[in-house]
Design a protein around this ligand. Structure first.
Ligand code: 5GP
Ligand code: ZN
Length: 130
């Protein structure tokens, strides 16, 4: 089985969260308010509630994928379009430069288990991880 083959090898997310109770699914459904930056039928970009920079957005697929490493071959176009969408929205809003960060797993700092990319801009990104 290749790396995208879908054979369930690992334990999955640290804590299994159903989409009904997932915070970001609830934001997608409008059950929890958010400040939206962009929305279409497959993606939502909204402001992070606890911003770490003057611009701190979260770009998510509306589909409940718990984390990047649990995405599947069928998500290929969705993942590609998430990057394209983020790039276009950033450009439309004149960000100039930005960081695009995905935390995968609690050990990497992931706290919400619905795939999301952080878009950070508006301050010096001095700390270089690599
Ligand atoms: P993670 O730590 O999983 O990479 O990122 C989760 C992010 O979601 C955090 O930056 C946190 O501030 C943000 N967040 C958590 N709950 C909410 C919420 O209800 N609304 C919004 N807009 N952001 C949230
Ligand atoms: Zn979700």
């Amino acid at each position: 089985m290749d790396i995208l083959g879908g054979e369930k090898g690992r334990g999955g997310s640290e804590r299994k969260i159903m989409s009904e109770e997932c915070i970001f699914c609830r934001i997608v459904r409008g059950e929890i308010p958010s400040t939206k930056v962009y929305e279409d039928d497959r993606f939502l970009v909204f402001k992070d509630i606890n911003p770490a920079a003057p611009v701190h957005w979260l770009a998510i697929p509306k589909k409940h994928i718990p984390r990047l490493s649990e995405s599947k071959e069928e998500d290929r176009a969705l993942l590609g379009d998430l990057l394209l969408t983020a790039g276009h929205v950033a450009r439309e809003h004149g960000l100039g430069s930005f960081r695009f960060i995905i935390n995968d797993g609690a050990g990497a700092g992931q706290t919400v288990f619905h795939l999301h990319a952080h878009i950070l801009s508006g301050r010096e990104m001095g700390e270089k991880l690599l």
